[in-house]
Design a protein around this ligand. Structure first.
Ligand SMILES: [Fe+2]
Length: 312
């Protein structure tokens, strides 16, 4: 039987209508102006409502959310996002990594990420806040491995970085889940490939991150951040892995960004590898709902993988 999961990204679901002037005395002031001038017209609640109607989380082994739920990471936005997550599904069904907008400036943990903690945790919680990522959730033959790229950066910078603690722990997780014969889905906010994003939006240590993934192996890498759909490939020790980005889940596509879409994935074990079906759903503003936007089938060849007697 195939296993199913989906990825949405960058919903930017919060409103800043109630932001107070004293909340905006730092980098957040620029983000607030951008929201007032542009972003509140681009990221729309009606698109998110249509998304929620289109997603059937109960039919998925996991829904991955690759960051930027907020605009400027205010505690009030974290609370709005928490309510939205609770409506969407149970913590065991939704797996979240943060984005750069969520870590706009340094903020009190208890008022921000503590509210999302259940959605970020591994199956076996790490037990301290520093150790949440890399997260690992295993559902049947799927291993979902989450990385955090979110950390405060100077004004006008939308970069991200993966800290050394995560990079130390990642190789063991990739290797162990690979040896267990699992389909490894790595998900993060920024693109892990050097040179794909603009300098101002890049993952600062992408060279190092790419090398760790290439050495450890993965079957699929998913990210967001750029608000556009694209696909690249990453050569790993076990074979090639697609690297796929989806646009913002709430966007009307007003400023050259792609209109909202998301991907549903279906994974089937086959001899010497996996079959990956990708079903793209895109928002249609005329119909006010998400519609089919193409289906693709990829073979993820893994010559070293023996066919499973349970699921050939
Ligand atoms: Fe972002």
């Amino acid at each position: 039987m195939p296993q199913r999961f989906a990825q949405i990204s960058d919903p930017h679901l919060s409103s800043l209508e109630d932001a107070r002037p004293r909340d905006l005395l730092n980098k957040r002031a620029l983000g607030y102006l951008s929201w007032r001038r542009k972003r509140r017209f681009e990221h729309r609640p009606e698109v998110l409502q249509a998304l929620q109607q289109d997603l059937d989380v109960r039919d998925l082994d996991q829904l991955l959310i690759t960051g930027d739920l907020t605009h400027i990471g205010l505690p009030s936005e974290f609370r709005q996002a928490e309510s939205w997550l609770r409506q969407l599904g149970e913590p065991c069904q939704l797996a979240l990594v943060p984005g750069n907008h969520d870590s706009c400036v340094r903020a009190d943990w208890d008022q921000t990420y503590a509210l999302w903690r259940d959605y970020m945790e591994s199956d076996q919680p790490a037990g301290d806040r520093a150790g949440i990522f890399p997260s690992l959730r295993v559902r049947g033959k799927l291993a979902f491995i989450g990385l955090s790229t979110a950390c405060p950066k100077p004004p006008l910078m939308a970069t991200g970085s993966i800290d050394q603690d995560q990079l130390r722990r990642l190789p063991g997780i990739l290797r162990d889940s690979g040896q267990r014969g699992l389909f490894r889905v790595l998900y993060l906010h920024h693109c892990p490939l050097p040179g794909v994003e603009k300098w101002r939006k890049r993952l600062t240590n992408a060279d190092e991150v790419q090398a760790v993934i290439a050495d450890g192996g993965a079957e699929l890498v998913l990210h967001g951040h750029g608000h556009r759909a694209h696909r690249h490939e990453l050569a790993t020790v076990d074979g090639t892995a697609p690297v796929i980005a989806v646009p913002s889940a709430s966007a009307l596509g007003l400023h050259g960004a792609d209109r909202a879409s998301y991907n549903r994935y279906s994974v089937t074990a086959q001899e010497r590898g996996w079959r990956l079906d990708i079903d793209t759903r895109r928002y249609d503003p005329q119909l006010g709902r998400f519609v089919d936007d193409g289906i693709e089938n990829l073979d993820i060849r893994r010559p070293g993988r023996q066919p499973s007697p349970v699921n050939p």
